[in-house]
Write a protein that binds this ligand. Sequence first.
Ligand code: SF4
Ligand code: SF4
Length: 412
Amino acid sequence: MIAKELQEEVYNCIKCGICMNACPVYKQLHVEGAAPRGKVQLIKKIQEGKFDISEGFKNLLYTCLLCETCTVNCPSGVKIDRLFKAMRAEVLKKYKLPLLKRIMSTVLSSDQLLPFCMFWGRTLGNPLMALLPKNGKIGAISFSKLPKFNGKPLMDQYPEIISPSGKAQGRVIYFPGCANNFLFENVGNSTIKVLQRLGVEVVFPKDLKCCSLPIFLSGARQMALSNIKSNLSAFSRYDNVDAIIVDCATCGAAFKEEYVHILGEMGEDTKEAQKVKNKVMDISQYLAKFDLKKYLQPLKGRVTYHDPCHLVRSQKIKDEPRALLKQIPGLDFAEMVGADVCCGGGGTFQLDHPDISVSITKNKIQSIRNTGADTVASGCPGCRLQINGNLGNEKIRVVHPIELLAEAMGKV
Ligand code: SF4
Ligand code: SF4
């Protein structure tokens, strides 16, 4: 059964239903079992031995974006998302992970398979992508909007120590995450170049692994364990750094919130995870201490910002990315309605439930259009895929805030 302290959570639910009205999935389905309150009550019955873990319960549990909107809105402070995450691990003791997620988790947790698959992705996948039917989709994302693989993994493009030209003003570790390492190299290049321009020495360990969040959120905690331990050990080699910098909301959430909880709930030592939690900073947080204005050239256009769930709710980072964008001269910042509402991607949720996912994303796209912005900034590769993959033919580009900052620095 789930960890003792989480078991008590179900008794804090007063069945008020406030979480239901906030839940993007419930708003689409209007089914109590798919709502957070319904799932909490089902977990309570299972804990009390009144219900078994069934196929139906499993399906309801995975009909969830893990967006944490319910948790932050619950007046009783029920740790709803923690309950759901722990319960997914229980479900996998009875049911197998679906084939696609099993393959994905195996690849992401393997030192050999991940580079092998990424090599063939860029060698064969990139040319083959052009042959995919234009109107085809993978989950909720159009084939035509899939990103190309980086020509070379980001990690192979830099030495382990990237020194600034003058005297170092700081020293940080950079964690690129799989998305930037293999797909969105411009995000990683922008982060490194902005840090260099500010005189910060960047340590780029070569043995970093996938943060494992997609693995353990699917419930496969044991599969994620070796990556978690390996990353903690890689970070521990450098205790003389100011911060561990991440520019992926999901990786940041893994290091700041998930590692300590998961290791604790699995009865593992949490000392190193706690140290890492205190050192990790999103790039937007780290840059808040610098006077950036003197480095920035004007950009043209209007930008709006989408809050990734893993940044705004998991890490409580809301103002810092906006502050970065608002500092760029010439760039008009327009706040969208519902900026912090989940985009509907939810990692693999968009693969499992493409129809629900697209219905949620449509509202986000409309909010973006209403601002008249030509650019949407967001610090999460998953949100980027989901938003870009569901935009029409309009010329709205989706970027990470750090890419705009690097552009305003003249690409350094
Ligand atoms: S908001 Fe909290 S207390 Fe109210 S129904 Fe949802 S889980 Fe229960
Ligand atoms: S995490 Fe999000 S999608 Fe899941 S139940 Fe809570 S509000 Fe709904």
